[in-house]
Write a protein that binds this ligand. Structure first.
Ligand code: SAH
Ligand code: TYD
Ligand code: ZN
Length: 412
């Protein structure tokens, strides 16, 4: 997979030239937690990001085959966060109240994972279907009575559902559209499956927040695109849709929720023009802005590694908190292994008693965090800081300190 750094890369959306602005080096699969037996065959690729000259879409320059990322053993379970459970119950309620009020409404979710959102639809008795290629998490959803098709959403699978079940009033995707390089096929699928007046809604980490917070750990194999309102609008138009509303979200470190409709079907809200104007005032998609973001990333690496080396020299115990996919980028880009961070605590059964990708830091159950508390905890799950710090108050009461690296390296 590892190609030459200077080969010309074509935009996955429009075919334009992609200008690389950040190289995060040799990286493993971010959600591939290993046993000792797996170490020899570990997969690596070159993680670099660029921007299209034509349509401004920010994207990875190399694509990891989807079957290597999304499969039976995909370990990420969406329902591990109470804040996220609440978040998805709320958007489900909104769809129920506004879009799913007709005689026999139908909602489709792309990347439903363990059913965190569709659970509300199932409980409300609404006709629904989740697409979820990772069969392990799909099974967790199914066990709760949620209807799931174990498949990638794309033109062919979406068309098959339309033929069997008719069109959907809402198609929704959270933290999944940015995972899909082949968006042209996805949009053809949406075109087949969505009703004339239907709405296609997706939410993903926002380029504006990533740049503002230097949160470069949002960049990893699964996050193929870093969306902005400008790039999403261009892609939507290219594929026959219109961006009709946007909302900024605080979850996962800052996201935008995009509402798309068929061209002319809905009147765009003022929020769209407002966010587009903000993006151009901030020069968000100027290559110069993205290059200075890359300089900021180098600064975070220097500060974080200096801090961890100092703490080790002082004999402090440092552990990680949250074996996130994002942390693969941090540990592998910064060269952080078990000598700097002894282990990582995490609530996910499929990650525990495994080693983190690339740097092979042991993952331990969350209960081990207090057994005994470390001097410092490196908060890899910084996007869940509020929830985690609230439940780990005793750690701080016992004198423990949190290390954060977003928006810059600091100790709390
Ligand atoms: N929506 C959940 C899960 C996000 S993780 C949440 O926000 O928490 C992304 C999910 O998308 C994974 O479960 C992965 O298996 C799934 N996925 C990846 N490619 C997909 C595709 N083409 N169609 C449907 N789901 C896909
Ligand atoms: P998350 O940041 O949601 O996503 P990603 O893997 O895409 O970067 O992952 C959160 C991880 O942190 C997940 O492995 C579960 C873990 N976690 C805990 O261990 N404790 C907690 O209280 C929470 C909220 C998450
Ligand atoms: Zn392009």
């Amino acid at each position: 997979m590892t190609g030459p750094a200077n080969a010309t890369v074509s935009c996955r959306i429009c075919g334009g030239v992609v200008d690389e602005f950040l190289d995060l080096g040799r990286q493993p699969l971010s959600d591939r937690f290993l046993t000792a037996d797996d170490l020899a065959g570990e997969f690596f690729y070159r993680l670099a990001v660029g921007q299209c000259h034509g349509c401004s879409m920010v994207q990875l320059t190399e694509e990891v085959p989807r079957e290597l990322m999304f499969h039976e053993a995909y370990p990420y379970h969406s329902s591990g966060s109470s804040v996220m459970r609440e978040h998805f119950a709320r958007i489900a309620r909104r769809f129920l109240d506004s879009e799913l009020t007709g005689p026999d409404p139908f909602v489709v979710e792309i990347g439903c994972n363990d059913g965190i959102m569709l659970k509300s639809m199932q409980e409300a008795g609404i006709r629904h279907l989740g697409f979820e290629p990772s069969s392990g998490v799909a099974e967790v959803a199914r066990a709760q009575g949620i209807r799931v098709r174990t498949d990638f959403f794309e033109a062919s699978t979406a068309t098959a559902v339309r033929e069997a079940e008719g069109q959907a009033d809402v198609i929704y995707a959270a933290n999944t559209m940015c995972h899909i390089p082949y968006l042209e096929s996805v949009f053809r699928g949406v075109d087949a499956l969505l009703t004339e007046r239907g709405v296609f809604v997706f939410e993903d980490p926002y380029l504006g927040d990533i740049v503002a917070k230097t949160s470069f750990d949002q960049i990893y194999d699964e996050h193929f695109y870093l969306f902005s309102a400008g790039s999403v609008r261009a892609a939507a138009e290219r594929f026959g849709f219109e961006l009709v509303d946007v909302e900024r979200l605080a979850v996962h470190g800052g996201e935008v929720r995009y509402f798309l409709a068929r061209r002319g079907a809905r009147t765009p809200t003022p929020a769209v023009a407002r966010l587009l104007a903000e993006e151009s005032a901030q020069q968000l998609t100027d290559i110069a802005t993205l290059r200075s973001f890359a300089v900021g990333v180098e600064r975070v690496r220097a500060d974080l590694t200096a801090l961890l080396h100092r703490l080790r020299a002082e004999g402090r115990r440092v552990v990680g908190y949250g074996a996130t996919a994002k942390s693969a980028t941090v540990t592998n880009f910064c060269g952080i292994g078990p000598e700097l961070v002894a282990y990582v605590c995490d609530t996910t059964p499929g990650k525990q008693h495994h080693l983190t990708p690339g740097r092979h830091i042991p993952v331990r159950p969350a209960a081990d965090f207090a057994d005994p508390y470390p001097d410092y905890a490196l908060l890899f799950a910084w996007n869940h800081a509020e929830e985690i710090m609230a439940k780990e108050q005793e750690f701080q009461a016992a004198g423990g300190k949190w290390i954060l690296y977003v928006p810059e390296v600091h100790i709390v």
